[in-house]
Design a binder for this molecule. Structure first.
Ligand code: HEC
Length: 110
């Protein structure tokens, strides 16, 4: 039990470090994956004119600019199944790319 806790603590530290030091995932690959797998419901492009085809599915640019959204929050969301799509599982590698892409849509506020 103790060993597991230490392993978890180390992993968290590593994750925090990685997130701060460099971006996980590949933005271009994430965009491709989003176009192929998410675009039927979500607006996936950065362009403002790109609205979600499914009104219930938020635009990725809206998701990215939601106050308080972080890579960690997206990762948690993407590891759970969509409420309306219980069988929708995103492979881990695609997940990192998607997160990198979605976060790239964030508009810097400065
Ligand atoms: C069949 C339609 C559909 C597809 C395909 C789909 N989504 Fe969704 N998604 C939804 C709907 C509807 C919601 C809103 C659910 C809710 O908020 O309860 C949602 C919500 C989300 C959210 C949460 C947004 C927020 O801030 O609440 C994220 C992130 C997300 N989707 C990512 C993705 C990604 C990444 C893909 C592609 C790999 C994808 N979705 C594919 C329909 C879809």
């Amino acid at each position: 039990m103790r060993t597991i806790l230490i392993a978890v603590a180390l992993t968290m530290q590593l994750m925090a470090h990685t997130a701060a030091a460099e971006q996980l995932g590949n933005v271009d690959a994430g965009r491709e994956y989003a176009r192929a797998h998410c675009g039927e419901c979500h607006g996936v492009e950065a362009a403002r004119e790109d609205f979600s085809p499914n009104v219930d599915a938020p635009d990725f640019s809206v998701v990215a600019n939601t106050p308080g959204i972080t890579e960690r929050a997206l990762a948690v969301w993407l590891q759970t199944s969509h409420p309306t799509m219980p069988d929708f599982i995103i492979p881990a590698e695609a997940r990192d790319n998607l997160i990198a892409y979605i976060m790239s849509l964030r508009v810097a506020k400065k």
